[in-house]
Design a protein around this ligand. Structure first.
Ligand SMILES: Cc1cc2nc3c(=O)[nH]c(=O)nc-3n(C[C@H](O)[C@H](O)[C@H](O)COP(=O)(O)OP(=O)(O)OC[C@H]3O[C@@H](n4cnc5c(N)ncnc54)[C@H](O)[C@@H]3O)c2cc1C
Length: 648
């Protein structure tokens, strides 16, 4: 069995973080093993003692400027001793959170660089310090009128969140999900080694931080368990219609409602649900098919796509082919290499890969104990993880005009990252110039999704593993034939060939005002939206992961989803408060927004001549990335700019 599928439940809401904590071996082990900068934050949080910040300030640096900095041992011991006292002594901790000014100071010291004011509200939310009260309790707010219904498509990370937030805002809603369980991407993808590149302690809801992650980067099974635990805790399944597929949305102008045609996948029966608003959270990474290769149907062995992988396939001792070399392939190859008898990996495109030792690291029990029991530890830890995965990375994707356009980097910083990736490659592939040559990309790092090295290079240098870069010409009944005349006889073929990202509307038929068809409005993959979420002519229609909505330099989809769900509800609340039935962006705002995106995009790595990836549409326009910082997206999504919307 794939060890990476083992998991443990997420005890959400089981907050056993009360003071005093009994002094004992578990607490002492936790203080030894826990992250020191985070313990410092906990200490100051519990005591408001600023002097400790002064002591540590000179010793803490961000990892990208000084990764190997050392904090003097006497400071560490002093901190642990004082914190032990505060945690175990009744009445030693000060009640209440520190004032905001002190929190700000703590943040800057904790990460070794200024956390400017514009970041504070986002960070307070994302670290889990500030959960606003449910909107339905807000005095003076116009509540949704009886019968007003929102329909959510999808019960993945985004759809579940929408359900939680709509409930808290008092909106009656239904979630339509074609799968049989919650979790979306993480319910479906079960290939060996399936995991998330975003760190565990950040890739989750900011208001539902789990201390139970088994690894610093979550495995697919851990994610599945997380979403199931969330669905249980918030009783979300009562609003979800599983195994039901949305086929079309048609706007009824007279009644200002969407007629949504759904199909019960068990019975094949179709019906129409009338909804006042639709939130489309149908994700992007679920459309896949086996590659169109000559002879594929003649193959007699087991052939599967990574996203449709059946966990019961036994690969032990088998001859296996993996087609594709992207993120899923890298995880699969690293996981299965040592159990198969022969492994052939077929490469079409190259990827930059970086070394991140955390990717395969387990969270020690003592650290989990700290996350579970030490007050504020998990929030401050999440803050730290988030901060270093966020806008600090943005300069990597901005072109420095003094850098040549036809080079392999866009700035000195970007070149530094490239060298970092190259040095890891050289180290891992020492003695294999053939692999070095085959694998070194000729495009700037960050111009397409970076892959994490979870053992990929180590696998490729194994004697029974072959990396083939000659194009596949045919799949035969017994294996794979390539253009250089080689034949690979294999028992199993795993196609890690990715997803169809193009055509964002997918196979949904969406008909807005005056019979406008979104697939036609977005013909030739020229998808455009306002703030990635709304489109003129499609009232009360909101979408996640729309055009130019992904900050591809950093973060994780979780923060984007939180911002978008918040924005959708703000828009609906604004509409209701205006006594209106519909809300949509004006054409002028839509044009202005897209001009702004295009102007900025010229300065971004995704318009570099060598940048080619699924971030771009078939004509080369970067349709996926948000070209600004994460904090810009978060701040701009606090609510609709009133003049940019038409309410009726
Ligand atoms: C292998 C892999 C690795 C990834 N790694 C990362 C990572 O490291 N960091 C990161 O941020 N993101 C990562 N992603 C992206 C990941 O998809 C998102 O982070 C996140 O899971 C998206 O959540 P979602 O709810 O928006 O979409 P999904 O998880 O795709 O959920 C959408 C749901 O909608 C349902 N649905 C779709 N169409 C219909 C329909 N017509 N009718 C009814 N239901 C429908 C689907 O069945 C699905 O359950 C990865 C994706 C993959 C595939």
């Amino acid at each position: 069995m794939d060890m990476r599928t083992q998991t443990s439940p997420h005890r959400l809401g089981d907050d056993s973080r009360t003071l005093p904590i009994a002094d004992g071996p578990e607490l002492r082990a936790a203080l030894e093993a826990a992250n020191l900068q985070t313990l410092l934050m906990v200490y100051v949080h519990l005591t408001h003692d600023e002097s400790m910040l002064e002591t540590f300030k000179v010793h803490i640096h961000p990892p990208y400027t000084n990764p190997d900095y050392q904090i003097p041992q006497d400071c560490i011991e002093d901190l642990r001793e004082k914190l032990l006292y505060v945690l175990t002594t009744p009445g030693a901790a000060r009640p209440g959170d520190p004032p905001l000014d002190l929190m700000k100071k703590m943040m800057s010291v904790g990460v070794g660089e200024p956390v400017e004011d514009e970041f504070i509200p986002m960070v307070m939310e994302q670290a889990g310090f500030q959960r606003t009260a449910p909107r339905k309790e807000k005095p003076g707010r116009t509540p949704p009128p009886p019968g007003f219904k929102v329909l959510v498509i999808g019960a993945g990370l985004t759809g579940l969140l929408a359900s939680i937030e709509l409930e808290r805002a008092g909106y009656d809603h239904v979630v339509i999900e074609k799968n049989e369980e919650v979790g979306g991407t993480w319910w479906k993808n079960r290939y060996p080694g399936v995991g998330v590149d975003t760190p565990s302690h950040f890739y989750s809801y900011s208001f539902e931080i789990s201390p139970e992650w088994n690894h610093y980067h979550p495995h697919g099974a851990d994610m599945r368990e997380y979403f199931r635990s969330v669905a249980d805790k918030y009783d979300l399944r009562r609003n979800i219609r599983f195994q039901t597929k949305v086929h079309s949305l048609e706007y009824d102008e007279k009644d200002a409602v969407w007629n949504v045609t759904v199909e019960d996948l068990k019975s094949g029966k179709r019906d129409v649900i009338r909804a006042n608003a639709v939130f489309n959270a149908f994700g992007t990474a679920d459309r896949w098919s086996l590659p169109d290769i000559k002879g594929i149907d003649s193959y007699k062995g087991i052939i599967t796509h990574s996203a449709g992988y059946d966990e019961t396939i036994d690969l032990k001792g088998k001859r296996v082919a993996v087609i594709g070399t992207g993120a899923s392939s890298a995880q699969i190859v690293a996981t299965i290499a040592s159990e198969v008898s022969e492994l052939a990996v077929f490469m079409r495109t190259k990827h930059w890969m970086i070394n991140n030792p955390e990717v395969t690291k387990e969270v020690p029990e003592a650290v989990k104990w700290a996350l579970r029991h030490i007050p504020h530890y998990k929030e401050w830890f999440r803050f730290r993880v988030f901060w270093f995965a966020a806008d600090g990375l943005y300069p990597n994707v901005v072109k420095d005009p003094s850098y040549p356009e036809d080079g392999i980097a866009v700035s000195a910083l970007n070149e530094g990252m490239r060298q970092y990736a190259l040095s890891h490659m050289r180290h891992k592939l020492a003695g294999r110039p053939d692999l070095m040559e085959k694998l070194t990309p000729d495009f700037p790092i960050f111009s397409k999704r970076i892959v994490m090295d979870a053992g990929w290079y180590d696998a490729l240098v194994m004697p029974h593993v072959t990396l083939e870069d000659s194009p596949i010409t045919e799949i035969t009944p017994t294996g794979i034939r390539t253009a250089n005349g080689r034949e690979y006889e294999v028992d199993v073929i795993i196609c890690a060939t990715g997803f169809r990202h193009g055509k964002l509307v997918k196979d949904l038929k969406i008909t807005g005002r005056e019979g406008h068809d979104l697939a036609v409005d977005w013909a030739d993959e020229e998808e455009r939206a306002y703030m990635g979420t709304t489109i003129p002519g499609y009232p009360n229609y909101f979408m996640s992961v729309g055009p130019n909505a992904g900050p591809n330099h950093a973060g994780g989809l979780n923060i984007v989803s939180e911002a978008q769900v918040h924005y959708m509800i703000e828009c609906l609340d604004h509409m209701l408060a205006s006594g209106a039935r519909t809300i949509e962006p004006t054409q002028e705002a839509f044009v202005r927004h897209n001009r702004r995106i295009d102007d900025r995009m010229k300065h971004m790595i995704w318009t570099h001549p060598k940048s080619k990836s699924y971030y771009q549409n078939s004509k080369g326009r970067p349709v996926g990335p948000w070209p600004f910082r994460l904090v810009d997206m978060w701040n701009e999504m606090r609510g609709p700019v009133r003049e940019d919307f038409r309410v009726e």
